[in-house]
Design a protein around this ligand. Structure first.
Ligand code: PAF
Length: 282
């Protein structure tokens, strides 16, 4: 496994692999890798000949400097996990490599970045869209693999790739969960024991909403009420938002119809967790 730190090195690698007729998969990460990330690597390997994992804690997507400073940085363990997972190249740049002095180009989505996490974390998706653009330009992948846990991020990236005609297939991978339903996340490391025990309520409330839709509920207000009450009943949870929206546009739907996504975010102590599940209303 190679570790490269400059865009030039990664572009040279990508050019050589492409010239040899090999397909490249990119798995963008911010490190603190867990089993969920490794399923993205596996998916990349299924779809390409070479897997590149980027490990970069992207400063521009953190709206809170304290959150950025506290974000887990575990490069050595991450490199070991990548090696074990059969990754070909790790791209681990320092911030000035991706944001050189004088940089002034940003990528911003006008609508998809506004609701849900975009409301609570202003500028977050501008940072995500900008860094993902840079990573795509550096790794020149045929496919880029993202987790469905960040459904809004996946939706933003898909839209951006279409809008800017990037020649890459964006693949979403199902969320990996603990046996009690909690979605794997680097932020789970912030949970104390009691908070860890409480956190699965987020997935339980989303699933309750999806079950209500599956059994015929078509009023979004009633689904929201049901989900919100479950979160509110957990004293260690502080609700950020709950929503049921069109899975592709993230727009409100009333009455509920078509492919839907139920999304939620809540704080458990220091950890702000997000999750989502799908539902179909025919
Ligand atoms: O999902 C993440 O880890 C990050 O938002 C990403 C896509 C690597 C961009 O920094």
């Amino acid at each position: 496994m190679q570790v490269v730190t400059t865009v030039r090195e990664l572009q040279d690698y990508a050019d050589a692999e492409r010239a040899a007729g090999r397909r490249i998969a990119l798995v963008p990460t911010m490190g603190a890798l867990h089993a969920g990330h490794l399923t993205l690597v596996d998916e990349g390997r299924r779809r390409a000949d070479r897997v590149v994992v980027s490990i970069f804690v992207n400063p521009t997507q953190f709206n809170d400097p304290k959150d950025l400073a506290a974000y887990p940085r575990t490069l050595e363990a991450d490199l070991a996990a990548c090696e074990k997972g059969g990754v070909d190249v790790v791209f681990a740049p320092e911030a000035p490599e991706l944001y050189p002095d004088g940089a002034q180009t940003i990528v911003e989505l006008t609508e998809l970045a506004k609701p849900l996490c975009g409301r609570t974390r202003p500028g977050h998706f501008r940072g995500v869209a900008t860094v993902v653009t840079k990573l795509l330009c550096a790794a020149k992948p045929h496919v880029a693999v993202f987790g469905e846990k960040d459904w809004q991020q996946l939706t933003v990236v898909r839209r951006m790739v279409d809008d800017l005609s990037f020649d890459v297939d964006v693949i979403g991978c199902e969320t990996v969960r603990e046996p009690d339903g909690l979605a794997l996340s680097s932020r789970n490391a912030y949970l104390g024991k009691a908070e860890r025990a409480a956190a699965p309520v987020l997935q339980r409330s989303l699933t309750a909403g999806a079950d209500a839709i599956a059994t015929g509920e078509r009023d979004p207000a009633r689904v929201l009420d049901l989900m919100t009450k479950l979160i509110d009943a957990e004293p260690l949870a502080s609700l950020d938002y709950m929503a049921v929206v069109d899975a592709k546009t993230l727009a409100a739907v009333d009455p509920l119809a078509g492919e839907l996504r139920l999304l939620g975010a809540a704080r458990f102590g220091k950890a702000r967790l997000i999750d989502n599940v799908g539902a179909t209303a025919r």
